[in-house]
Design a binder for this molecule. Sequence first.
Ligand SMILES: NC(=O)c1ccc[n+]([C@@H]2O[C@H](COP(=O)([O-])OP(=O)(O)OC[C@H]3O[C@@H](n4cnc5c(N)ncnc54)[C@H](OP(=O)(O)O)[C@@H]3O)[C@@H](O)[C@H]2O)c1
Length: 312
Amino acid sequence: MESSLPAADFLYWVGAGTVAYLALRISYSLLTALQVWGLGHEPGVGPELGEWAVVTGSTDGIGKSYAEELAKCGMKLVLISRSQDKLNQVSSEIREKFKVETRTIAVDFASEDIYDKIKTSLAGLKIGVLVNNVGVSYMYPEYFLDIPDLDSTIKKLINVNILSVCKMTQLVLPGMVERSKGVILNISSASGMFPVPLLTIYSATKTFVDFFSQCIHEEYKSKGIFVQSVLPFFVATKMAQVRKATLHIPSSDTYVKAAMKTVGLRSRTNGYPIHSLMGAVISLLPSWLYLKMCLNFGKSMRARYLKKAKKN
Ligand SMILES: NC(=O)c1ccc[n+]([C@@H]2O[C@H](COP(=O)([O-])OP(=O)(O)OC[C@H]3O[C@@H](n4cnc5c(N)ncnc54)[C@H](OP(=O)(O)O)[C@@H]3O)[C@@H](O)[C@H]2O)c1
């Protein structure tokens, strides 16, 4: 009887400590969200950084939305994607709507020999903002060894998701450092924050983008450069294979409007209030539980995809 009392006391204080810790973490998340999204502040981007903005993967989805938001801030745009037709169309839409100058570069980031062409096309431009947005995943969640065409998938994901971020930064950062100002926005993914089994290569490449961004930010912030790691959960785009936006799966326009409010304030962000809340909740889960839930979710998506593919 005597020895059970200290044990009860101990459990009481562990419980109270845990509740206090969770309450503090949630209050901190809510306060920082209010600071970023609730209070208006000047946009962290604009022609004063350098008149040009460069956006990779800019003809669709999140990249197109970034291009439009940057044009809205008065920046001239260099749009980079694979298809010249789509580039021409987006470029003329932006020119007409926002009355800013645009240029296009058609390259496939799956290739490694495109960077001389990009370097030549960017020569002499004062680039204030670089958005490393281009990224690819696989068609459906799959076990590593069963990914169709595994060799070329490995190469493609590494070249598009990782190499492009390093090489574009290598091309653009020297001019920013020379002028002591510039913003680099790297689009990682929530799957770079939390491992996603069955999307293993994608998830790992996005962790690279997140770590690369955090390191470069630390190395160059004293030189006037702001680097941001953007870590979205699902956004309704072609890549996500989601057409209809919802509160927790926003359209790319809604997502990017929210993410732009964090530029200059947060070097690492989920970019959108509901996504930040999702990130805060997941980070409280034990990793074995999160991984198990994630694997089960991936398995059901995989089964659904394969069943549909078999029917067609
Ligand atoms: N959507 C999501 O739920 C989500 C969540 C987390 C992170 N992200 C990240 O956000 C970024 C944008 O994704 P998104 O959903 O907006 O994708 P998306 O709608 O599929 O758009 C991809 C863009 O990249 C271009 N592109 C694709 N492959 C390319 C290549 N090999 N070379 C050059 N350009 C290429 C496409 O244009 P062309 O086809 O004309 O080349 C298009 O403009 C990616 O880095 C992705 O990982 C997305």
